[in-house]
Design a protein around this ligand. Structure first.
Ligand code: CTP
Ligand code: MG
Length: 392
């Protein structure tokens, strides 16, 4: 076991409610979001926040389950925080549960954050913002979000009036406090408050707000649980890039084919197909981005049907290969290094032909190499392409 410094922050995670509105057949914190419970997701956020003593407040009958969850969540690679974690049994109301958690906070702790396990997807940045505001001098800190719905005051089923929402906010957790202030407010509390900020405010302590987070919504109803499942499942869909290069020497038979165009009067390139280095670089870049190997895998000399083929055939087939792998091509940028041909006059034409064949925008640029290297000596042509693909 590692020896950790005694933290100055404690996070009390209240998870002792029964989840009556969720009606999922188990206390809310122990309902599964995916392979993991609501509590485990909440604890993953807590342990990704700055190191703190973590006190989980669980239903009496689930203290053992909670201990297992908190130990697993605390055992992070290279950052084992199990020594900082513990579990206590909660009470009949949220306020009683917080009080039970507070009683277990270590003597040296100065700052206490109280967090609902039901806000299972709260990002660590919210904890950081709350701690920063306490460090900046606030006694009590509340993460909030603007109220987006139009709010009405009602009496029974009748609307009494519209409420101006410009001075309303929605309160979230973790709520942070100077420890002595929270202890004193809890000791003095005579009635039940809906949250800890309300309790300290009733004791006369000013409460400061910081920006909350949409992902810190509270799982209360079955629809909230469904939302949490969708949010936690949605992995970011990242595009993929690939690079391709090709080089061909002058010295082929017939006319030059380059960038999908025929160039009458220009020396031909040598190659198994038409030697179109621009098209071949594009193919390699797309295949690399798609993770489908390279041009040799799909178009090499073992595929005689591509002997003498032009760019349109290669690019159309490449597009099919990407599509079969479930990928769309975003765009391709290709650069030609050559003394000749001069691209300026036919760039737009080349881009149109290549883009049509690939089914995605292809931009072509050309440069000379100041007389250096084989391209500068006029021995051949080099082309470099990058491609972006993304899940279709
Ligand atoms: N909580 C608690 N002890 C209680 C009641 C609530 O620790 N006696 C915790 C819940 O576990 C939850 C948080 O306080 O993480 C917010 O409460 P709420 O969303 O109301 O949860 P439940 O009380 O479990 O749900 P319900 O009111 O629908 O029964
Ligand atoms: Mg409740």
């Amino acid at each position: 076991m590692s020896i950790l410094p005694v933290p100055r922050v404690a996070i009390v995670v209240v998870a002792a409610g029964s989840g009556i509105r969720l009606a999922a057949g188990a206390p809310k914190a122990f309902v599964g979001l995916d392979d993991h419970t609501v509590l485990r997701h909440a604890l993953n956020g807590v342990f990704a926040a700055p190191p703190a003593q973590v006190v989980v407040v669980a239903p009496e009958r689930h203290v053992g389950d909670a201990l297992t969850e908190v130990r697993v969540a605390a055992e992070r690679p290279g950052d084992d925080r199990r020594d900082l974690a513990g579990v206590v049994a909660g009470g009949a109301t949220r306020q009683q549960s917080v009080a039970a958690g507070l009683a277990a906070v270590w003597p040296d702790v100065d700052l206490v954050l109280v967090h609902d396990a039901a806000r299972a997807l709260t990002p660590p940045a919210v904890f950081e913002r709350v701690i920063a505001a306490l460090d900046a001098g606030a006694d009590a800190v509340l993460p909030v979000l603007p109220v987006v719905d139009t709010i009405k005051r009602v009496a029974g089923s009748a609307v009494v009036e519209a409420v101006d929402r410009s001075d309303l906010t929605a309160a979230q957790t973790p709520q942070g406090f100077r420890r002595r202030i929270l202890d004193a407010a809890y000791a003095a509390a005579s009635i039940d408050h809906t949250d800890d900020a309300a309790l300290v405010q009733a004791a006369g302590v000013p409460v400061t707000t910081v920006v909350g987070d949409e992902r810190a919504f509270k799982i209360t109803t079955p629809a909230d649980l469904e939302r949490a499942r969708l949010v936690s499942r949605a992995a970011p869909v990242l595009p993929r890039v690939g690079i391709g290069t090709d080089v061909h020497a002058f010295g082929g038979e017939g006319a030059l084919w380059l960038a999908g165009l025929e160039w009458p009067g220009e020396p031909a390139l040598h190659g198994h197909s038409d030697g179109d280095a621009v098209a071949h670089a594009i193919v390699d870049a797309v295949l690399a981005a798609a993770g489908l190997g390279d041009i040799g895998t799909h178009f090499g000399t073992s595929h005689p049907e591509y002997a003498g083929a032009h760019a349109a055939v290669f690019l159309a087939r490449t597009r099919e290969l990407a599509a079969a792998a479930g990928l769309s091509i975003g765009n391709v940028s290709v650069q030609v290094q050559a003394n000749r041909p001069r691209f300026a006059a036919r760039r737009a034409e080349a881009e149109a032909v290549l883009s049509a064949a690939l089914g995605a925008p292809v931009s072509v640029s050309a440069t000379t190499t100041d007389g250096l290297g084989f391209t500068g000596a006029g021995d051949g042509i080099a082309a470099f392409a990058v491609a972006l693909v993304f899940p279709a």
